[in-house]
Design a protein around this ligand. Structure first.
Ligand SMILES: *[C@@H]1O[C@H](CO)[C@@H](O)[C@H](O)[C@H]1NC(C)=O
Length: 741
């Protein structure tokens, strides 16, 4: 009997044109870099023909190191450009609802002051409203602060969801996060019945918010110490009211569970990775779904179809056995057109992940991914599952129930219904501080500890174990979050990320050493570049100081304009910029985005990347006591307003201001000094490259210059400008002494 093969659930597209462009560019650009390396290196072998304006060996060497670092990172970066792919999914080809596997949604929140309860509950409700059979959807919220407000909010959210879910299903509502739905009119059916029901639900929603805010106002004296010191609480949510009318609706509801793990000040809590591991275990004895979706509490489901889309990959018979997770892009709903700080972090989601997807797969990106539970439990290089109970306990801890459940997948633990007391005792144990002692949680199984970049570290571990991942970017954003849109918070955040990356780079799992034996060479190049991303501070700091100091003293350090090598330099410079430009445009963005990304990359390189490395090194040698990072203090509304207008808000710590202002000042001084010099003494030819470089930095640093002469609140304060001027003067004097004389 002849049977048609089932049509595929998804397709993977390779764009030959862009692969051709990438590889051709690689070849030409690589050749040009080789010429430049040869030019720099031959300096050391040239005779002693010392002329008065010959640069010192030290200056040459530093610049060479800078260029070499840039060339190596460029080389590593080519792995991302080798074979970018994109994907399409066909959810209509999925098997019937009865055959779909169940999903546990894990949401993390930490602090009800920083993460307003109403917003967190919006995320929870949007996850409950995913288009998936409700009996196969289980939502867990981890509340690290153990706040009664959050627990209360969940009961209210459950009550509201009983009204909200049927409404969404009945009317095919796409935006199922209520706050977003009521604030952005959705088109579509406008029948009278719909309108009147919408009004009714809107009233309910207002009431829901009023209840939570009322509760908060009544209980504002909640103890803050309790947040770091409380026992575990696990509760299956049933709602506050037992409203008869609601009961009549008979909508089946997803399971909703509140989890607050035990916390003790004396016990490391391992941040988000720790919270996620507790959720993995608790959900492991309650619903034990084979797939999990991880969400940050400010990352709402913007479209209900993501679960089915993800299943198009997880249920694909070819991909499924080795597929660990499907990552969706992180997109944000509060990005302005002129995104001056690159708050949308376009680079990974717009370019890099496509590149990795053509290799072994993108990184876990903290939120918005559907992972296979089993892959998170797998030990390194595991051949066949261990069934030895002693081994299992040494790995997963001593909960019999957890181990028993682990071996049966996809069966809702009947005990929840039969014996809630026993399940409750077990989950309390699984969420206690001491449960992980002596086990492999965070080292071999679950989300990895040991770096604040837990998502990077966890995906490194997964890919090293041979798991694959996929990146899927549908045209309608599946998840939308709120991004940081003020410079200070962003710099603190980027420093933290880079510190986490540097921690991994300095650990025994350093990708260039650990990865090449465990994954393809191209994939390990991607990991290496990302882990060493903060190293960009080195070349950028070189290029922001050495040529300027030399220019100020009239010492040429690049080839002269009439030399053919000058053309090679020009080519490399323009070719790097145009490749970046091409990628920005290819991902659907404008010239503006390109300029903003260049600028913010330069700013980060002299500040956050540098501090990230310092922070990681200090942690590594055990010198760091807490973080030296400042926290946000300025007024939010005003900062948001300035961001929207595209004006830099420099209300941040002097630690961040000084290097960038000093770099701009140094370029300004040498630019002016250099121009004066060639006007008076000539030598235009030899110094042109340095004058042009200084000019480029000034042009990119224009907002900084403007920030010093502006008069609003977000300007660079005079005191900071003076201190930066002193810093650049010191650099100039010291640099001149070291590099020139
Ligand atoms: C974006 O969201 C963040 C976090 O909620 C908020 O601080 C910021 O002001 C928002 N920005 C804009 C432009 O709305």
């Amino acid at each position: 009997m002849e049977r048609h093969p089932r049509p595929p659930l998804n397709l993977c597209h390779v764009d030959p044109k862009s692969i051709f462009i990438n590889r051709a560019h690689m070849l030409v650009h690589g050749a040009a870099l080789l010429i430049l390396v040869h030019y720099r290196a031959s300096f050391f072998f040239a005779g002693e023909a010392s002329s008065p304006d010959r640069p010192t060996t030290l200056a040459w060497l530093i610049l060479f190191l800078g260029e070499l670092t840039l060339s190596i990172t460029w080389l590593l970066h080519q792995a991302f450009r080798w074979r970018p792919v994109s994907r399409t999914a066909f959810p209509e080809r999925l098997p019937g609802d009865g055959e779909l596997p169940s999903i546990d949604v894990l949401v993390c929140t930490a602090d009800p002051d920083k993460e307003p309860t109403v917003a967190v509950m919006n995320t929870v409700i949007s996850a409950m409203a995913l288009d998936y059979p409700p009996e196969k959807l289980h939502v867990y919220l981890s509340d690290d602060s153990g706040s009664p407000l959050t627990l209360y909010g969940m009961r209210e959210a459950y009550d509201f969801a009983r009204r909200w879910l049927p409404f969404c299903v009945r009317h095919g509502v796409k935006t199922r996060c209520p706050e977003a739905y009521f604030s952005e009119e959705e088109g579509g059916s406008t029948s009278e019945a719909y309108e009147s029901e919408k009004q009714e639900v809107k009233e309910k929603y207002k009431l829901f918010k009023a209840h939570i805010n009322g509760y908060r106002n009544r209980n504002h004296s909640e103890s803050r110490d309790r947040r770091q010191d409380h026992p575990s609480t696990i509760e299956v949510i049933h709602g506050n009211s037992s409203d008869e009318v609601v009961q009549a609706d008979q909508q089946q509801m997803p399971l909703l569970v509140y989890v607050s793990r035990e916390k003790m000040p004396s016990h490391p809590h391992n941040f988000k990775a720790g919270a996620l591991n507790v959720l993995l275990r608790v959900s492991g004895v309650m619903s034990n779904s084979p797939y999990i979706l991880v969400l940050d509490c400010d990352m709402r489901c913007n479209d209900p179809s993501s679960a089915r889309l993800a299943m198009c990959f997880h249920l694909d018979p070819k991909m499924s056995p080795s597929l660990s997770f499907v990552q969706f892009p992180q997109l944000f709903h509060n990005i302005s057109k002129n995104d001056i700080y690159d708050s949308r972090i376009r680079m990974p989601f717009g370019t890099l992940w496509y590149g990795m997807d053509g290799l072994q797969g993108p990184l876990l990106s903290g939120t918005g991914f559907y992972a296979k539970r089993e892959s998170l439990y797998s030990k390194p290089m595991q051949k066949g599952a261990t069934t030895n109970l002693i081994d299992l306990k040494a790995t997963f801890g001593h909960s019999n129930e957890f181990i028993k459940q682990r071996q049966r997948s996809d069966k809702l633990n009947k005990n929840i219904l039969d014996d809630p007391g026993a399940v409750c005792r077990e989950t309390k144990l699984l969420a206690s501080c001491h449960y992980e002692n002596g086990t492999k949680w965070g080292q071999e199984v679950g989300f990895m500890y040991g770096s604040v970049a837990e998502d990077f570290f966890t995906s490194l571990a997964l890919h090293c174990k041979g798991w694959k991942s996929a990146y899927y970017c549908p045209s309608r954003p599946q998840f939308l979050g709120a991004s940081t849109t003020n410079l200070n918070d962003l710099m603190v955040q980027v420093t933290r990320w880079n510190s986490g990356l540097a921690e991994v780079a300095l650990s025994r799992f350093s990708p260039p050493i650990y990865a090449p034996w465990r994954m393809s060479i191209l994939q390990s190049m991607c990991y290496t570049e990302i882990a060493f991303f903060p190293i960009y501070c080195l070349p950028v700091c070189c290029f922001a100081t050495v040529p300027q100091i030399c220019l100020f003293n009239g010492v040429p350090i690049f080839p002269k304009v009439s030399s053919s090598l000058f053309l090679v330099y020009c080519f490399v410079f323009l070719s790097s910029l145009s490749k970046h430009f091409y990628e920005v445009v290819q991902s659907g963005h404008s010239v503006r985005t390109f300029i903003n990304e260049q600028r913010i990359w330069m700013i980060h390189s002299v500040t956050t990347y540098l501090y990230g490395i310092i922070n990681a090194v200090l942690t590594r040698i055990g010198l760091r006591r807490g973080s030296f990072l400042p926290t946000s203090k300025a007024d939010d509304d005003e900062q948001t307003e300035m961001y929207k207008r595209g004006v830099f808000d420099f209300r941040t710590s002097i630690v961040f201001l000084a290097p960038m202002v000093a770099a701009v000042m140094l370029s300004m001084a040498s630019f002016v000094g250099g121009i004066a010099r060639v006007l008076v003494l000539g030598g235009w030819d030899k110094l042109f490259a340095q004058i042009a470089l200084s000019f480029f930095i000034l042009a990119m640093g224009y907002p900084v210059i403007e920030g010093m002469v502006r008069s609003d609140k977000g300007r660079i304060p005079l005191s900071a400008a003076i201190r930066s001027a002193l810093l650049s003067l010191a650099l100039l004097l010291l640099g001149s002494a070291l590099l020139v004389y």
